[in-house]
Design a protein around this ligand. Structure first.
Ligand code: AMP
Length: 380
């Protein structure tokens, strides 16, 4: 009996545990919160990731370790990886924890990125704006997620306001200024690499964000084969450079046929949730297969799928469940503004059929604006 340990007990760990049941796996989850939602399916060790006694208790229960979020303290990841095999490795985790290290690696691998400059002081911010140009985005180097820790500057005159919000974090987590990309599309490539180096990607996903939080995903994205090939090549180069094992997502901006890398998420990813029903093998099942050294499953899509995120509170499920290809995921979390509490996936073999299902669900739930860009894409 193999027990997989997951650092972080959110919905990603929960869906991993659900995907691991058919493989006969057991799970143990460590989280700082006693009501972490993965704890509804797996024994939970509650503790601070920096607490070595709690980490030791966790290590004693598991055969292999992975994580469901990237903000695990690097020293804790290192400590655990010296006691239990851990995938992805702490170096991959550490690189993706720091936007500067991440973008520096992208550049070294010839993966195009928006112009960026590290910022440590208020004066450096002015110099960075002069280099990068406006509009631009000031971001924390570490600990940012879902658009948090970011400030958008329309012009150089916004520098004071930006510094007011993020300046205090210049020494603690560091800052980076990035050019704002007026992208036509946001795409992600969700990829998996096995312990033996086998590499695969799911078809590209197109994503729509609202206030920096993922709102909807559509897969397979309709993009030129050359764009898809480029995205896959970038993902493969990263996976090999980091000796990565497991699933990750590479987020990309697409403009004028050019791809610019935004960030690498070293874990199963929200833009890959559609793979649960929309692909031969889900990202969660393949992550576990990779971590355990098992053969990877096929990543081909089954028709088209659209994932709708539920943020803040769950809507009623009936309209989605009434659809032939409607699937419901309630993470069992307390409603709270801005919190991801669940998602729905609508799947169909036919784009027009999927668009009509989305229109019906959007109207029934009063979510017309959430489904609108996806419907428009499906009908063009
Ligand atoms: P991030 O936390 O970096 O993934 O940013 C969250 C979202 O903010 C992205 O998915 C984009 O929609 C937007 N965003 C972040 N960086 C940029 C950028 N340099 N240019 C344009 N939009 C951006």
């Amino acid at each position: 009996m193999t027990t997989v340990g997951i650092l972080g007990g959110g919905q990603l760990a929960r869906m991993m545990a659900l995907a691991g049941a058919p493989l006969g796996l057991r799970f143990s989850v460590m989280d700082t919160s006693a009501d972490a939602c993965a704890g509804q399916f797996a024994p939970l060790v509650v503790g601070d990731y920096r607490d070595q006694a709690a980490l030791a208790e966790f290590a004693a229960r598991i055969d292999v370790a992975t994580f469901d979020f990237e903000n695990i303290p690097a020293a804790s990841a290192q400590w655990l990886s010296e006691r239990v095999p851990m995938f992805p490795n702490p170096r991959a985790l550490g690189t993706s924890q720091d936007r500067l290290a991440e973008k520096t690696l992208f550049r070294a691998l010839d993966i195009p990125v928006p112009a960026f400059v590290a910022v440590a002081t208020r004066d450096e911010l002015d110099a960075a704006i002069a280099t990068v140009g406006a509009p631009c985005i000031l971001k924390t180097r570490r600990l940012g997620y879902d658009g948090k820790g970011q400030y958008r500057l329309r012009a150089a005159s916004d520098a004071d306001a930006a510094w007011q919000v993020l300046g205090a974090q210049a020494t603690s987590v560091g800052l980076i200024l990035e050019a704002f990309v007026p992208f036509e599309r946001e795409l992600s490539v969700v990829a998996v690499r096995g312990r033996d180096g086998t590499f695969a990607t799911w078809p590209l996903t197109e994503n729509w964000h609202v206030d920096g939080v993922l709102s909807a995903s559509l897969a397979p994205a309709s993009v030129a084969p050359a764009i898809e090939a480029l995205a896959v090549a970038h993902a493969r180069a990263l996976a090999e450079a980091l000796d990565y094992v497991g699933v990750f997502a590479l987020e990309l901006f697409c403009r004028d046929g050019v791809l610019l890398a935004n960030e690498l998420a070293p874990r199963v990813h929200n833009s890959g949730h559609w793979t649960i029903e929309g692909a031969e093998t889900s990202q969660f099942a393949n992550h576990l297969r990779a971590v355990l050294g098992l053969p990877l499953g096929a990543t081909r899509a089954l028709g088209q799928a659209c994932m709708l995120n539920w943020v803040g509170e769950m809507p009623p499920c009936e309209a989605v469940l009434a659809e032939a290809g409607g699937h419901w995921h309630d993470y069992g979390k307390q409603a709270r503004p801005g919190r991801k509490v669940g998602h729905a996936t609508l799947r169909s073999d036919d784009s027009e059929d999927l668009a009509q299902a989305l229109v019906r669900v959007g109207a029934a739930l009063g979510r017309e604006t959430q489904v609108a860009p996806v419907v428009a894409r499906l009908l063009t």
